[in-house]
Design a protein. Structure first.
Length: 351
């Protein structure tokens, strides 16, 4: 298969400014995380590092790491770090790879709740939604998954997309982030983007969910400064599911050294971030995002056929659009929370 690999010549935070019209141009440090993953800081500390990055992100090199994916294999987060023991375990290296999406199955559970907001109630628990989505994924032939890491502290899972759900939702609601998040989502969704109706409705539902957060995502002893209880439950739930499937929840190792986000639009493929990281001595990594698989998840989760009532068909289509939009907004907000915006953007499409 031939691919078209496009490496944008602007840092992620500036891509929007070139390809869209921003009305309010807030300072980057008010939108992105100044302490997050940064390519700019690494190049400032070592100017020669920029040439290494350019070489690693050459289209011909990126193509080498695009492989066939297996939707039934464990889902993977966008994290670009290496799985612990990958270089010594043939089974891990030779196993099939599931799709990469921000937050893995955990964000899928959050998207499910936002799409099915008509069933929101005060006694809902995020953990219940996670268990429901894992079961639903089984029914439609999708794999569930996530990860931990060896740097986790306290009750954190070690997955930034999971541990920072509160911040990710917060960014989606704050006015200064709105244009950046919306326009990056537009860049990803293309003709599927509906900023006037769907995006507004999804963000409105997020606001409502945030109001339920004290009960939906309670903290230990109901202490506002305490740890979110869902974190420990997430790891336990994923481990129980992995054990039933005779798998393990992978532990990622080392620091975050991502230099780019790779948006993959080619159906049936994914990027082998472990091999990419290993080949670059774990010093140059990429976030991997299989954009096409958001649509595949939506198609399988919200079904209809030619014999369905028109209203049922319409409802399924609307839910698909909201699901894809929600996952996109959550993914973009995850990048805002985890990086300072100076990493690069790479898009992979069919030729």
């Amino acid at each position: 298969m031939k691919y078209q690999v496009t490496v944008y010549d602007q840092m992620l935070s500036d891509v929007v400014q070139k390809y869209s019209k921003l009305i309010f141009n807030y300072p980057k440090d008010k939108i992105w995380n100044p302490k997050g993953v940064s390519l700019q800081r690494r190049i400032a500390a070592d100017p020669a590092f920029g040439k290494k990055v350019d070489k690693a992100l050459r289209p011909a090199n990126i193509e080498k790491y695009l492989v066939k994916q297996d939707s039934a294999a464990p889902a993977r987060c966008i994290d670009g770090r290496l799985i612990a023991g990958w270089d010594q375990d043939d089974a891990i290296r030779q196993g099939t790879l599931g799709p990469k999406l921000a937050g893995g199955t955990v964000h899928a559970a959050l998207a499910h709740r936002i799409v099915d907001s008509e069933h929101m109630r005060e006694n809902l628990l995020f953990e219940e939604d996670l268990k429901y989505v894992i079961q639903r994924f089984k029914e439609v032939g999708l794999g569930s998954g996530g990860h931990i890491d060896y740097n986790q502290t306290g009750s954190n899972t070690g997955c930034g997309a999971v541990d920072n759900i509160n911040l990710i939702l917060d960014r989606l609601q704050r006015p200064e982030h709105q244009e950046q998040l919306r326009e990056l989502s537009r860049l990803i969704l293309g003709e599927s983007y509906d900023g006037e109706v769907v995006v507004n409705e999804v963000i409105g539902r997020m606001l409502y969910l945030d109001a339920l957060k004290p009960t939906y995502m309670p903290k230990q002893d109901n202490d506002p400064a305490g740890e979110f209880l869902y974190k420990a439950t997430v790891v336990k739930t994923l481990r129980e599911e992995a054990k039933r499937a005779r798998e393990v929840v992978p532990a990622l190792t080392g620091p975050h050294n991502e230099v780019a986000t790779v948006l993959n639009f080619v159906p049936g493929t994914t990027i082998d971030t472990d091999r990419f990281s290993y080949d670059n001595q774990n010093e140059i990594q990429v976030f991997g995002w299989d954009v096409w698989h958001m649509y595949e998840e939506a198609r399988r989760l919200y079904t209809y056929d030619m014999h369905s009532q028109v209203q049922d068909q319409r409802e399924a289509i609307e839910k698909r659009i909201k699901y894809v939009t929600t996952r996109t907004l959550l993914g973009v907000s995850t990048l805002v929370v985890l990086t300072d915006g100076s990493i690069q953007l790479v898009a992979v499409t069919d030729k």
